[in-house]
Design a protein around this ligand. Structure first.
Ligand code: GTB
Length: 215
């Protein structure tokens, strides 16, 4: 049986590939693993049937036989561990790739979420104008550090890995803000990720949900 993932029935990003099912779809495409998608309304996401799979009532989830997973990073790691191409064979290189996955969600994505929450949820607060530059600066500092480490390399540590997949997916969240394009090295890094055929297939699949061209 193919694994089944869950995704928004109607994604707030209007198919721009910014919701977290995108990174799972991308990993499945890199792995050459066909998959099914269960689309959920917001109400269905919060209903007991889905909460039995995802304690926080969110997407994405991953179901494969009797295995149920939530958390996009955990799901991508599971896929990477069970298919060739997303993690190096060498044990140390593998550990470094997994470390980059954690860095993506735990060190780079955190200030990005803070920034997006500020823009989305705090605009009406009296302190918004004062706080926003601080939040933006935190993102810029992280991007600068990441860019310095990447340097002129194609990927973060040798060949493309699940670490790059997660990092590119996280950085893409910044595209609408314009901040990504401020750093030519990171912009080119993300563009390399987007150019991968597996990314393109995953992007098309999630866009098709929004445009109504598939279920
Ligand atoms: N840490 C979890 C993971 O990585 O899987 C976070 C999962 C998560 O936040 N899921 C979101 C969700 O289900 C969808 S992706 N939200 C509903 C809820 O919490 O009630 C977050 C997201 C949504 C929309 C955009 N966008 O429109 O740009 C970007 C990201």
């Amino acid at each position: 049986m193919n694994p089944t993932i869950s995704a928004f029935e109607s994604s707030p990003d209007r198919g721009r590939g910014l919701a977290r099912d995108m990174r799972v779809r991308w990993a499945l495409e890199e792995a050459g693993q066909p998959y099914e998608v269960r689309l959920l309304s917001f109400a269905a996401m919060k209903a007991p049937a889905h909460r039995a799979l995802h304690p926080f009532g969110q997407i994405p989830t991953y179901q494969e036989d009797d295995l149920v997973l939530f958390e996009s990073g955990g799901i991508v790691l599971h896929i990477a561990e069970h298919h060739a191409g997303l993690l190096p064979a060498d044990a140390n290189a593998r550990a470094r790739a997994i470390t980059w996955m954690f860095a993506a969600v735990n060190t780079v994505e955190v200030p990005i979420i803070e920034f997006q929450n500020a823009k989305l949820l705090e605009r009406d607060k009296s302190w918004y104008d004062e706080r926003l530059p601080l939040v933006v600066e935190r993102v810029r500092v992280r991007l600068g550090e990441l860019s310095d480490r990447l340097g002129d390399a194609e990927w973060l540590d040798g060949a493309f890995s699940a670490g790059d997949l997660m990092m590119v997916a996280v950085l893409l969240r910044l595209r609408p803000s314009g901040m990504l394009d401020e750093d030519a090295r990171l912009a080119a890094y993300v563009a390399r990720g987007e150019a991968r055929p597996a990314y393109q297939r995953a992007f098309a699949a999630q866009l098709a949900v929004f445009t109504g061209r598939s279920g």
